[in-house]
Design a protein around this ligand. Sequence first.
Ligand code: KG4
Ligand code: ZN
Length: 327
Amino acid sequence: MLILGLESSCDETAAAIVTGDRRVLAHALAGQEEAHRPYGGVVPEIAARAHVEVIGPLVERALREADVRLSDIDAVAATAGPGLIGGVMVGLVTGKALAHAAGKPLVAVNHLEGHALSPRLADPSLELPYLLLLVSGGHCQLLLVEGVGAYRRLATTIDDAAGEAFDKTAKLLGLGFPGGPAVERVAKDGDPKAVPLPRPLTGTKEPHFSFAGLKAAVARAVGTASAADLAASFQQAVVDCLVDRTKRAIGRATGATALVVAGGVAANGAVRAALEQLAHAHDLRFVAPPLWLCTDNAAMIAWAGAERFAAGLTDPLDTLARPRWPL
Ligand code: KG4
Ligand code: ZN
């Protein structure tokens, strides 16, 4: 089985080809960091236009890399939401056109399902159900992944996502865009105990998240300590929140044998290390996809498409893009 996947819901344009037996034959990706950097964040209109420019060539590159033709593809999977509507429409319409041209089915993939199933692409031995911490720029959730299309949400954020907090902290510290990797880099030279910062909602009964108060505390602390100490203290506060909330959810993750982390923030070394320790303390396996599979990419969309296609789940060509689409 050969699936072509397309991703364009935020600021990465990507095309990938994966097989039903988990081989990534091609994954082509174009970031837009340069285009958005002057604005310190993703500008939706600029993003949509940039997706239009590169998505066709990326599909051609992926087909070339995989050494297959469009007619060899069994289904075309495209992100249909959630995300920036202009960008989502570019990828979804491209997917529809390719599916129609090839006479193959379309699979409309929820971007969050792409992140949620990506650990299964990376690790064939990962068993269902698993407890998933999905931490990205737009989402921060704890999910019990019971199967394809079967996700039980145990907790979510009541304000910002963890990645958003990283991005805003980077901006406050003048570290530029994109923020997460920059904060992690600078934090390496800082003292995580230097600046006292809050750990919102830790210790509360429901495993929900909150990062708005932490972000505000960082804003107040700017100028009182070095950027390295602030970055390290902020990162430690996020790690402590993620660990405390995930620990709370472990008790509710009936049947789970693994703790899994996915999404852009899962690329963070301190986050991965702390969650690995937590998992082992609870006799759970720990699974985190390789870094390139944590941040947005099309291989995870192709893989979610492969899982849905194998389950007989395809979508009509009049499927609409959904800027908001809870899992
Ligand atoms: O999953 P993703 O690529 O896009 C969304 O679906 O949102 O996640 C992007 C988020 C951004 O907020 C980015 O700053 C954060 O993930 N991120 C990181 C790291 N790499 C990416 N946060 C902390 N440490 C990192 N190394
Ligand atoms: Zn994402």
